[in-house]
Unconditional design. Structure first.
Length: 477
């Protein structure tokens, strides 16, 4: 497997896309050689049978595997243990007799920095007639690509619209994706193998809307390769969204020894907000520290069908946060919007980047699954550990209970606490918060986070060390 490889998974009928994207030209970041691991967690107490059928990009048969998952247990599927050949470029469809949750980990080795980069994204429950990518870049320091998978029953005709941050249309392109297959669109290559990538200028920042025009459905994932760091995120389901929106960002940071010098920042965040409607959106961003009092408000206008971005490393806007800021962001708009949340971390020489989706307050759930939770300790070191971020986004206090299950499906640890409206908490398995030292020193499995009434937002962070990188994704309903 090589070069910016992805897998896309979907709920009961799981859809996977493994994409070996073409190597970018010398002018763009190259993350090295990638391999992709799929984590599947059984959401029931009944053992599950999973069958994965792989397809090449033309829709041809590339092999099948079957796996069993214990009740409340989990497994990981490494492409090295499947019929796929080196350099496989295609897709797969996985079906199960029990509902599953999935997290996909892509690891790149041999690239810049410490030579290791890692990214997560999560499974979704179904395809959509319209998906959105709020965060796309083309530059010498960062390059994006995205994959779109046909989750329908016939060939999917798609229309792809690109917009710059200023609201300028970069063109509309069409493509046809065979059943079960995926097509990848690399902004480093224009027009690309499917003729659907515009010739964007260097330094371009923007977004894309993908709409199915013949009644089928699709899902998507994007990857961003920075210099020494990489991140992936799920496309947002944008079908049918309209009107006022409130989004919640559970984590946002600004850590710097000198807020007036961008080179001293060791941890910082950004939000990119995409306007889904045909007229400008008025948005308000409220930055709220963990103490709970709003200490920064930004009002802005986002052009029609475009995106705007705010980065806490921007010394023209955010020095007033103070350089030791940890909190959340509430984003309100008079139009339909979606957003991605980006965190970058310079940790002991390791450059890391993560992306996940902001939670929609009107569409949040009370229960989430988090595959790929770790607590691995060797001597005094932690080669792999996880952190769970949980926020009450309802309007009343709620009790949140987190249950941890090992691979065999055994409930190893349970922890509960009460969260006030808007309050958040975090459990880091390395530090043992939330009683997670009870997981022991060789835990691999998943967690289930459940509120007793109020909607919550849940985010999973995974960290590997020596060489090191981190990855982030949303909890799965």
């Amino acid at each position: 497997m090589n070069k910016r490889q992805l897998i896309t998974l979907l709920g009961l009928i799981l859809v996977l896309a493994l994409t070996a994207l073409p190597a970018a030209a010398q002018a763009y970041p190259n993350p090295g050689t990638g391999s992709t691991i799929t984590e599947l967690a059984n959401k029931t107490s009944t053992a599950a049978t999973v069958r994965v059928k792989y397809y090449n990009q033309g829709g041809g048969d590339a092999g099948t595997v079957e796996r069993s998952i214990p009740g409340n247990g989990s497994i990981k599927i490494d492409p090295a243990n499947t019929p796929l050949v080196q350099g496989f470029n295609g897709a797969g469809v996985a079906s199960s007799d029990q509902p599953l949750a999935a997290v996909v980990e892509t690891d790149w080795t041999g690239g810049p920095g410490d030579g290791f980069q890692m990214a997560f994204y999560s499974g979704v429950s179904a395809g959509s007639s319209k998906i959105c990518f709020p965060s796309l870049w083309k530059g010498s320091a960062i390059i994006s690509s995205f994959s779109v998978q046909n989750t329908g029953t016939a060939a999917a005709n798609v229309s792809i619209q690109y917009y710059s941050r200023t609201g300028a249309s970069q063109g509309t392109f069409t493509d046809t994706i065979p059943v079960g297959a995926q097509h990848s669109y690399d902004l480093a290559t224009s027009p690309g193998p499917y003729g659907a990538v515009p010739n964007l200028p260097m330094g371009w920042e923007g977004s894309a809307l993908v709409e199915v025009t013949n009644g089928q459905t699709v899902a998507g994932v994007s990857v961003a390769n920075y210099q020494g760091r990489s991140a992936t995120y799920n496309a947002a389901n944008c079908a049918g969204l309209s009107g006022s929106t409130t989004l919640v960002v559970p984590s946002q940071y600004q850590v710097a020894s000198n807020v007036n010098n961008a080179s001293t920042y060791t941890l910082w965040s950004a939000v990119n907000v995409q306007n889904l409607e045909n007229s400008p959106a008025s948005v308000t961003l409220q930055y709220i520290p963990r103490t709970g009092a709003i200490n920064k408000t930004i009002n802005a206008t986002i052009p029609a069908l475009s995106a705007g971005g705010w980065n806490t490393r921007d010394i023209s806007q955010f020095t007033d946060l103070g350089g030791a800021w940890d909190g959340t962001v509430i984003i309100t708009s008079n139009k339909a919007i979606v957003a991605t949340v980006i965190t970058q971390w310079n940790r002991g020489g390791s450059q890391e980047a993560d992306i996940y989706s902001a939670a929609n307050q009107n569409d949040a759930a009370t229960k989430y699954w988090l595959p790929s939770v770790w607590r691995v300790k060797v001597g005094a070191n932690f080669p792999a550990f996880s952190a769970l971020l949980i926020q009450n986004i309802g309007n009343a206090p709620t009790t949140v209970t987190t249950r941890y299950y090992n691979r065999a499906g055994t409930n190893v640890h349970t922890f509960s606490e009460v969260l006030q409206p808007g309050a958040g908490t975090g459990y880091n398995t390395r530090g043992g918060s939330g009683g997670t030292s009870a997981l022991g020193d060789s835990f691999e499995g998943h967690a289930v986070v459940e509120s007793n009434g109020q909607p919550i937002a849940v985010v999973l962070n995974g960290v590997r060390t020596n060489p090191g990188d981190s990855a982030t994704t949303n909890g799965i309903e």
